[in-house]
Design a protein around this ligand. Structure first.
Ligand code: SF4
Length: 229
């Protein structure tokens, strides 16, 4: 079942955050830094309807008719986002997603993931990225961390120029993508998202030591800083 993402202005298909994100935890079992501030573990995502939709999706994708049903759902869509929350947590699901993408060449698919950390997913990720209408974008685990990959993304702490990286403009345009479609573009290798949730701001503040001579954290007025520069 699809959900509408108002920021993107397109539909998405999602699973429960963290529960269906095996790569959200490091070797020590702790959530990686960026996942500690995940927007999909806050607010609206705790609503019973949002939880029920994601649980239903986790049942439906296993059914034989799911690929055909998804193709029918996408027949009028030109842009689609996989995993507003959750991740393609099994190879079986990933190959079914590949079948949906291959059967919907009129629609551009963006799929952010951390499953690239498991080498057994390399084959299906490569097969997805071989499709003209698909961008599988590898997410990095830590704020400001650049990783290797055909298409990548990272979270940054300030709205500033990042070399060879498209900085997401949504923070400066009412939280909307508007006509930006960089995340879907094979011409955009790297996208940086400015941290915006209170939870992520708290994590970033914890990392920053007060400057010598100051008794406060320079990021205390963080939203003001990044919205003006
Ligand atoms: S980079 Fe562009 S397409 Fe991607 S989330 Fe930001 S505004 Fe939307």
């Amino acid at each position: 079942m699809l959900s509408r993402t108002s920021k993107l202005g397109c539909y998405s298909w999602s699973l429960q955050a963290v529960d269906k994100c095996p790569a959200s935890r490091g070797d020590d079992g702790e959530l990686v830094e960026v996942c500690k501030g995940c927007y999909a573990t806050q607010g609206f995502y705790h609503m019973p309807d949002a939880i029920a939709l994601r649980e239903r999706n986790d049942v439906e994708w296993r059914q034989d008719t799911w690929v055909d049903d998804m193709v029918k759902s996408l027949r009028k869509q030109t842009f689609f986002r996989w995993f507003d929350s959750g991740d393609m947590y099994t190879e079986a699901l990933a190959w079914k997603i590949h079948a949906v993408c291959a059967a919907t060449p009129w629609c551009k698919h963006w799929l952010p993931t951390r499953m690239h950390k498991f080498t057994k997913f390399s084959r299906v990720i490569d097969a997805l990225n071989d499709l003209d209408n698909v961008v599988v974008r590898f997410s990095s685990d830590n704020v400001g961390q650049h990783i290797d990959g055909l298409y990548v993304s990272l979270v940054v702490d300030t709205y500033k120029h990042v070399d060879k990286t498209h900085v997401c403009p949504s923070s400066l345009q009412g939280g909307k993508c508007l006509d930006c479609r960089a995340c879907w573009s094979k011409d955009t290798q790297s996208v940086a998202y400015v941290a915006h949730s209170n939870k992520m701001h708290k994590i970033i503040r914890m990392k920053v030591e007060p400057m010598p001579g100051f008794d406060h954290n320079p990021l205390d007025n963080f939203p003001t800083i990044w919205s003006k520069t």
